[in-house]
Design a binder for this molecule. Structure first.
Ligand code: SF4
Ligand code: SF4
Length: 382
């Protein structure tokens, strides 16, 4: 395996024609991006039953499956663990996914997002046994699970099922590497111990890493003005030996081209760069109010349907750029009939589902204080 072959196309955040409609994938732009990606010799696409409400799979069918020979690309898809209500659902979802994609086998198949509640669901409905059979009968060439939880749970899961799995897809990036809540480093070492390949998701932590404040941007520019912040983050992950795929979710052509360049001219991270990134991680942690990766799992769990990540994003920008027009955007969201942050009932349901271990109700309270305490949203804005 070469470093070049580690670059995977993440299809969770594809380009949209309407920013407010996650199903409105810009198929024309996606097709163009796929063509460039394939032409440059890359071939791995990662999707799930849930991404873009099912339209990620349909868009891959149109852009990849219907335009390229089956043996020229690889597709990874994932069981919607949270939606399982019976053992029969395993087959029902798999058939639906194959149908949406227009294929008859998966190159890689994962149980999606094993956390404490969904691990129980997967065990209750025999999903580990089911994916083992998928591998035996050729429906999946390799199997595994995607995982955002802490190392203790991973140790338990791999202790029981490590011998039937090939891969663990981990959240891994230089910000989370030594983070005590995410424990990327410990999780990676557990995979190594069990002889499993690691596929990386969130190498940019949902964009947190590539959108730092101006001071951090200047430090990167001073360190190496010719390389993007994203390129360092991708190289950090791909330089690890057991990492076999690093996903990047791209919705702009310039991001795709930059990432292609990183992997076409790949250089293993050196000690000086590693030390620099460790320092940047510390600074970034201090500067980000809420380290939300915008994965959206909390929104599905929230009975009030509060658009939690949207509020956290605005809050982070507003804290870092106090002079920005962001207050207005917050109130515009309410104008769009989004449920206000102060409708949180503190039920705590979302906390178990947060991939970043954020105390969501506590942070939402801060969002409310920040945006709503005696503030006139349109005062002084153009
Ligand atoms: S604690 Fe608040 S944000 Fe979380 S699920 Fe309950 S109402 Fe929603
Ligand atoms: S608050 Fe947590 S679960 Fe919700 S989008 Fe952010 S990281 Fe994901």
């Amino acid at each position: 395996m070469t470093y070049k072959s580690k670059f995977g196309f993440g299809c969770m955040r594809l380009p949209l024609t309407d920013a407010k409609d996650p199903t409105s994938i810009d198929q024309e732009l996606f097709n163009e991006m796929v063509d460039i990606y394939m032409e440059k010799g890359f071939n791995y696409f990662d999707t799930s039953y849930a991404y873009h409400n099912g339209n990620s799979e349909r868009a891959i069918r149109k852009a990849v499956v219907e335009r390229y020979p089956r043996e020229s690309f690889q597709i990874c898809d994932k069981m919607p663990t949270w939606a399982l209500t019976s053992e029969e659902d395993n087959e029902k979802f798999v058939n639906e996914m194959l149908d949406r994609l227009g294929i008859d086998y998966f190159d890689v198949f994962f149980i999606h997002n094993i956390n404490t509640p969904w691990f129980k669901l997967a065990e209750t409905h025999n999903t580990f046994e089911y994916i083992k059979k998928m591998k035996e009968n050729g429906t999946a060439k390799k199997i595994g699970l995607s995982f955002h939880e802490n190392a203790d749970l991973l140790e338990k899961v791999l202790g029981k099922y490590g011998d039937i799995l090939d891969i663990v897809q981990l959240e891994l990036n230089y910000l989370d590497w030594e983070d005590p809540a995410i424990e990327s480093h410990r999780c990676y070492e557990l995979c190594v111990k069990h002889g499993l390949d690691v596929y990386v998701m969130e190498p940019l932590k949902g964009g947190v890493i590539v959108n730092p404040n101006d001071e951090i941007k200047e430090e990167f520019n001073g360190f190496n003005p010719d390389k993007s912040i994203a390129s360092f983050a991708l190289r950090f992950c791909a330089s690890l030996e057991n990492v076999k795929i690093v996903l990047s979710g791209m919705n702009k052509m310039e991001d795709l081209l930059d990432n292609c360049d990183t992997f076409e001219n790949f250089e293993v991270l050196n000690d000086e760069e590693r030390e620099f990134l460790e320092n940047m991680a510390l600074k970034l942690k201090e500067s980000v109010a809420v380290a939300c990766s915008e994965c959206g799992y909390c929104v599905d769990a929230c009975p009030e349907m509060i658009p939690i990540p949207e509020y956290f994003t605005l809050y982070n920008i507003s804290k870092n750029q106090p002079q920005s027009n962001i207050y207005r955007l917050y109130f515009d969201k309410l104008g769009d009939e989004k449920v206000p942050a102060d409708e949180c009932t503190y039920c705590g349901t979302c906390i178990d589902y947060c991939t970043q271990k954020i105390d969501i109700p506590e942070e939402l309270e801060k969002v409310c204080e920040h945006f709503q305490s005696g503030f006139s949203p349109y005062a002084g804005t153009p």
